[in-house]
Design a protein around this ligand. Structure first.
Ligand code: F0G
Length: 463
């Protein structure tokens, strides 16, 4: 059968112009920004693939909901709509709104964490880890060795290593484990999905050891798509039913709604246990706001209630996952090394393989980020040694891989935008003069990628 063109399941009703600038202009502003994409103004970016978080486009139903938003301080109708939606989705009795994911993390881990405690996860996202470590607790990632192979196809490369999980609980002592966190999809690990089988097995371990299972489910709809495609027992289930089942396996659910909530701001913190819910409520009131708005406007909650339903629609999800794969598969066919298989929300490029002439301590990922911007006005971000590399007693310890991520905002770019990204990669692949690496001239004490500044090494032939 002929493969049909991948078509966006929407028409465009309102447009936001983007500016095409010249290569020399982009080279200059990049230099002035210390070669750091976070320090660029978005007006100078043509296609922004920095993140899929809070960058999506809302539907006409969501915008209509914004107008209907109830801004009452307490008991707002918009809150009741959101609460009903989230209770139905998660099956959890206690639902709290927050302004974004890390607020939920700070509240929950502030209560559960503390010195001497451990959290075990498939992979902690960086704000999750930071909020855990901020309490004095320790965050441990447990990924199976087989999933570390960048080129091997595994249907659920985001799964936690169950054997390592059981033995780590045993060696640390279950009384010291504050919770098991399963991140779906596994953002820090290629946006790879987590199987239902894996979450069920973790549930069994938690039941046996009397441990809390926390789901970080900000991309749970995307994960449900992969389960329906790849886990045969679910091929007839709706995406929403799959998510409902997975959420019912957990004791707590935290969500940055800026992803699969299809909103620009918002988060959720849901728990099953009454006593834990009271502690969370008290913290919420202290720093976020009253329990019926949690730092959000009524209109934001109304849009979230609608977004959480739209995100499970078949046409939307199919387009979403297939359009990410469209970019990733074509890059792979072009000979660009990508993390395989392609995940849900982003394509991860192995810049270490693409630019083997640049040493890890000279940041090959950063070189690719800069090429994409100068050549095409495309903003991406290094999630290799710029983000994770460090000096240990004067010796450079690189990241596991020199990855660059291209995160796809939801419902924002059309296929021709993505084809343009592919054109720029083709030009990079065919470049005569290879780019040089970078050295850091300023770095802050933590989360360095946000404000770091670089200088080019051997800049004669280069911008
Ligand atoms: N958990 C995961 C898996 C995430 O990807 C994020 C955010 C958070 C928690 C925190 O949520 O930003 O609303 O406070 N990820 C963004 C990203 C920043 O670009 O992937 P937040």
């Amino acid at each position: 059968m002929n493969q049909r063109t991948l078509v966006e399941p929407f028409r465009i009703k309102m447009v936001e112009p983007v500016r095409v600038t010249t290569e020399s202009y982009r080279a200059e502003i990049l230099r002035n920004s210390g070669y750091n994409p976070f320090l660029l103004n978005s007006d100078d970016v043509f296609i922004d693939l920095l993140t899929d978080s809070g960058t999506g486009a809302m539907s006409q139903a969501q915008w209509a909901g914004m107008i209907m938003g109830d801004e009452s301080y307490a008991g707002a109708r918009s809150w009741l709509d959101l609460e009903k939606e989230v209770k139905d989705l998660s099956g959890m009795e206690y639902v709290l709104p927050t302004h974004q994911g890390r607020a939920s993390e700070r509240i929950l881990f502030g209560i559960l964490g503390g010195k001497g405690k451990y959290f075990l996860s498939n992979t902690h996202f960086d704000t999750t880890r930071a909020n855990i470590e901020n309490t004095g607790a320790i965050a441990i990632d447990l990924m199976p060795q087989a999933s570390m192979e960048p080129d091997t196809y595994l249907p659920f490369k985001g799964d936690i290593d169950l054997i390592a999980l059981a033995s780590t609980i045993h060696s640390l002592g279950k009384e010291n484990i504050a919770g098991i966190i399963i991140t779906v999809t596994n953002n820090s690990f290629g946006g790879q999905p987590v199987s239902m089988g894996c979450v069920e097995a973790v549930r069994n371990i938690c039941d046996r050891e009397n441990l809390l299972l926390i789901l970080d489910g900000c991309r749970i709809a995307e994960n449900s798509y992969f389960i329906r495609q790849r886990e045969s027992a679910y091929e007839k289930w709706s995406y929403r039913e799959i998510a409902q089942k997975m959420l019912r396996l957990a004791d707590a659910f935290i969500m940055s709604a800026k992803k699969d909530g299809l909103v620009n701001i918002g988060g959720l913190l849901c728990v099953k246990d009454y006593t834990l819910s009271l502690k969370c409520t008290n913290q919420l009131i202290l720093t976020e706001g009253f329990t019926t708005y949690g730092g959000l406007a009524g209109r934001d909650m109304q849009a979230m209630a609608i977004g959480l339903r739209e995100v499970f629609e078949h046409d939307y999800l199919e387009y979403r996952i297939k359009s990410t794969a469209y970019l990733g598969e074509r890059l792979k066919n072009m000979g660009i090394p990508v993390l395989w298989p392609i995940g849900g929300h982003a394509v991860y490029i192995d810049a270490g393989q693409l630019f083997p002439h640049i040493l890890p301590e000279e940041f090959p990922g950063q070189a690719l980020v800069c090429e994409l911007f100068v050549k095409g006005g495309i903003r991406s971000v290094d999630v290799g040694s710029v983000m994770f590399g460090k000096f240990d007693n004067g010796t450079f310890v690189p990241a596991r891989q020199e990855l660059v991520w291209l995160a796809i905002p939801r419902r924002v770019y059309t296929q021709s935008h993505i084809d343009y990204v592919l054109d720029i990669f083709k030009e990079i692949k065919e470049m005569d003069v290879l780019p040089s690496g970078f050295k850091i001239i300023y770095e802050p004490p933590f989360l360095r990628h946000f404000t770091v500044r670089f200088e080019r090494i051997n800049s004669q032939s280069f911008n």
